[in-house]
Design a protein around this ligand. Sequence first.
Ligand code: ZN
Ligand code: ZN
Length: 366
Amino acid sequence: MSLAARADRLAEVVAGEGLDQLIVGDLVRPGDSSPDASASARWLTGFTGTSALAIVGPRARMFITDFRYTERAEREVDGAFERVTASSRLLPELASHLEGRVGFDDAATSVASLGKLEEKLADGIELVATTGLVERLRRQKDEGEQEAIAEAARLADEVYESVLAPGLAGRSERQVARAAEARIRELGGEPSFPAIVAAGSNGALPHAEPSEREIASGELVVWDMGAKLDGYCSDCTRTFAVGEPGGEARDVYELVRRAQAAGLDAVRAGVGGAEADEVARALIRDAGHGERFGHGLGHGVGLEIHESPRLGPRSEDELLAGDVVSVEPGVYVGGSFGVRIEDLVVVTEDACRNLSTLPKELRLVD
Ligand code: ZN
Ligand code: ZN
């Protein structure tokens, strides 16, 4: 879908909400935004810098940046948008272009920015809190976006293979994580989040930070990483056995593998995020490990590593064709080991397309 078409769709949503305009972009640190905070403005306008606000409505297509980015905006921002360079700061510039009932995103706005904006508004302009109007459109990825994510996933799969090649025993978790991140960069990407490499009992901490702990033979290693290419993220987890794992570790691994396969089978358009989660969770619960699967089954992935929709017990989302989601059950045996297996898939009308290519039978490495 072209960027102009995205703006048209958003303008319809804005009108449907009874608004004249919607502010898109980061109103927490305007002018100094992280990639995640800039994701909606990037999706809408094509701009990849850290200073961007947009105004969209039935009669508005405006992009605002500051003088550092005037040239980049000329190059990147879609021609459907009028490009404006703020004369000083972004907020006063933004305020001077607002008209009528204006929506702002409550999750992307700080109380401080809202106060500053209100101070500068002309009479008759009303600010209205909205939630996730752009995120809802960003959920369903078009073909170009799906391909970008698939490419990032392929890159990460290649990195697993090359970093695994010399074996894991005797290397520290941090060495492996650093080697993986360096290889991602060599291949032209960047890490989509700091890699998690967690051996033995550290693997029982779902979001462990890699430590100087040396990986030993007989341990399971949970390794969660992703690449980012052209702004789009991938996300994958595999659990490897270093040498021969114990019987309990093998049993739990097979359980998680079956739960993950069942979760993948359940994922298709029209299925609820809670429903898909329950399919995988029921298997883990029936095996007596219900309390040891303490997170949701998965999450949307796109310009941000965690975005809509959510797959989990409390999710109210229904899966839509074009959603890109992770499917990642885990079992964490405190003090002992953990297992998580995560694939990234595109939701289709009657199934899902798996973007992860690494095998899932338990792999024994040196
Ligand atoms: Zn992950
Ligand atoms: Zn994930």
